[in-house]
Write a protein that binds this ligand. Structure first.
Ligand SMILES: [Zn+2]
Length: 429
């Protein structure tokens, strides 16, 4: 079982699989960059795969990165930078890149965006070695993963409405997003049955409670056994669902690392530590920053965090490069990796690009989207050279191809410019 079905990859062939997924949103499930949902566009992850899924590569030393766009609109400048850095990192290490179209959400299946995304990547000279793989072809793998988590007693149905989740009384994370309060964690089987008649539930994954964090007992068994229903009915549910919680900014998170030095994947259950290549050591307490999180929405769509983790493991991704708006989802993904027995990939988050006035670039406003940029710059080299200059990768703005930028590429240049990057007026047509 490896990677689901591969569709025709030729982006110039409009008939080849371009219809289901949409483009370049590069949004990871978390709507980060403004209204643009970029799904992990640049997430690249690799790791060992699940026991049942043979790794795509047997050479453990090979770097496997990924482009993982959510095609909800045309790529914009932030997506391009994240894609460029994912590509440069992999190419400069002699690794390979996988293209995965994250089209689980309806919005990502209703436009020409996946075809445009691939056309734009090719135009930029950012090629890939495998794919495109479409998440909608891989649903069975996500279902299996949720079943495994449910077998551990860690999954339960949640009937909360969005309004309930955002209630003023709800606890909030450091960035202001609501933390799930565990409202539905203790429902009895009878209550679940009764409520299911009125509203299809989402499925949530338990995270270890804060008070259990310092405990020396084994990872998850104690709180898993608290579950009143050991198994959740994993039937199909209907529609309407609370969006995944997400974290926003990262320039502030860059300093978080001061107290976090245990390195990747160390620590107690529910406290995730990792070293971000750009933002340094990170530490996050799941119970405080998100609480029990979604693995499947009430409309039956598997949550971004779950799908990404399953796919990265199955595809052998061991290096994830993506926009810093996704930095906050890393801890949840690592927690899932631990539970499912997957290795942690390395993570590098890419600084956020903002307009000259400081606001976030937005797909909605068509700020710097690829249609505009291709027309404006004329050649990929002109665009990439200018973008690399703005991002601090090179010292002058002259045209450069992706291959030329790969020569001498180093993450240290990115780290030195990890605060939000204001793009110059010249990017706006
Ligand atoms: Zn609930």
């Amino acid at each position: 079982m490896g990677i689901g079905t591969v569709r025709a990859a030729d982006p110039t062939d409009e008939s080849a699989g371009c219809v289901d997924a949409v483009g370049p949103g590069y949004v990871d499930a978390a709507d980060s960059v403004g209204a643009v949902n970029v799904t992990d566009a640049t997430d690249t992850v690799v790791s060992s795969s699940a026991a049942s899924a043979p790794s795509l590569h047997s050479n453990v030393a090979q770097v496997v990165g990924r482009f993982a766009p959510s095609p909800t609109g045309r790529m914009h400048l932030g997506n391009i930078l994240a894609s460029l850095l994912a590509w440069l990192s992999v190419r400069s290490q002699g690794g390979k890149l996988v293209l995965r179209i994250e089209d689980l959400d309806d919005r990502a299946r209703s436009g020409p965006w996946d075809a445009l995304l691939m056309d734009d990547l090719r135009w930029l000279g950012l090629d890939w070695d495998e794919g495109p793989y479409y998440q909608t072809d891989r649903i069975d793998l996500y279902a299996d993963a949720v079943r495994r988590l449910d077998d551990m007693g860690l999954v339960y149905p949640c009937f909360c409405t969005r309004a309930e989740l955002h209630a003023a009384s709800a606890p909030h994370a450091s960035d202001g997003t609501p933390v799930y309060a565990g409202t539905c964690r203790g429902l009895t089987a009878a209550e679940v049955v009764a409520r299911s008649k009125a509203r299809p539930p989402a499925l949530r994954l338990k995270v270890p409670p804060v008070q259990g964090i310092a405990s020396s007992r084994g990872p998850f068994e104690s709180f898993a056994s608290e579950s009143k229903h050991s198994k959740t009915e994993l039937t199909d549910f209907g529609n309407s669902m609370p969006r995944e919680l997400t974290f926003g900014d990262c320039s502030e998170r860059g300093t978080r690392g001061a107290a976090a030095s245990r390195g990747a994947a160390g620590g107690d259950a529910g406290v995730m530590h990792f070293e971000d290549r750009t933002y340094g050591p990170q530490r996050e307490v799941l119970a405080e920053e998100c609480g029990d999180f979604l693995v499947r929405r009430s409309d039956g769509v598997y949550a971004y965090q779950l799908a990404v983790v399953v796919d990265d493991a199955d595809m052998g991704v061991n290096e994830v490069v993506r926009g810093c708006d996704l930095l906050g989802s890393t801890a949840r993904q690592m927690y899932l990796q631990d539970l499912l027995g997957y290795a942690h990939p390395s993570y590098a988050h890419v600084p956020l690009l903002v307009a000259p006035d400081g606001r976030r670039l937005s797909k909605r406003d068509r700020d710097c989207d690829m249609g505009v940029l291709r027309e404006h710059f004329g050649t990929p080299g002109a665009l990439l050279g200018r973008l690399a200059y703005v991002a601090g990768l090179v010292s002058s703005p002259e045209p450069r191809t992706a291959d030329q930028l790969a020569d001498g590429f180093s993450w240290s240049a990115v780290c030195e410019h990890r605060d939000n990057i204001a793009v110059e007026e010249c990017f706006f047509a």
